[in-house]
Design a protein around this ligand. Sequence first.
Ligand SMILES: [Zn+2]
Length: 255
Amino acid sequence: MSKIVDLTHTLTSKIHIYPEDPKFSAKPACQFPKGDGIRVHALRLGTHTGTHIDAPYHFYKRGMKVDEVPLEWLIGRPVVIDISSLVRGTDRFRVEWEHLEQFEDEIQRAGEGDKILLIRTGWDTWFSWTRSDTYLHHPYFTGDVAAKLLEHGIRIFGVDTLNPERTCLEPVWGEDTERYGEDPFALHHAILGSGGLKLIVENLANLQEIMEETPGKEWIVHFVPLKLGGLDGSPIRAYAIQQVGTPVSRSRRHF
Ligand SMILES: [Zn+2]
């Protein structure tokens, strides 16, 4: 049996939610009789709850919807880079392209391969069922980073934070532009609006478990969403399977 790593946070009512997004709830809708018998729950959640994928329609009305994304687009060999020691201990670390330049070989290799780049920040260790605010103060990436990743041909950009951009703690559409002089959704706009089918995966977990290499084996990740007709995103069950494959020479570097 191949080794499988779960890259998904469990959905419960205590899961971290982007401020102002719908809270997750699962309420019994049918329980008959008590004990063993039939159980059905009614779910309430947002399309961006927990570990999830963003489809272009999230920001662009003519963009592809989540049910239209081909399955083969959602499965492949990732390249994972680790910036955890760079961002450790710093709230809201702003990751610029200059921080990632030393990984350019790996990013290039991702672009020449299955075009899936995952960045481990280690911030998932702040994920807690007490919903500590620290999880919301995660590192974030600039629009320039997105532009460079697109130049390298990346089609799926995945992170282990609630959001790849700075999480606004209040609803501040427009205000951030005034406050910081830049588009608060520059990365989403660049990737989801790039014209090709490019996707963002957010809130991944356990990326450290797929950093290790085993000679002759490689990881394949699966980021398949629910087939939600005409919608902008969906929770996914993200996981990686290690299987026999073409050995790839990796020179992993860490900050
Ligand atoms: Zn999202």
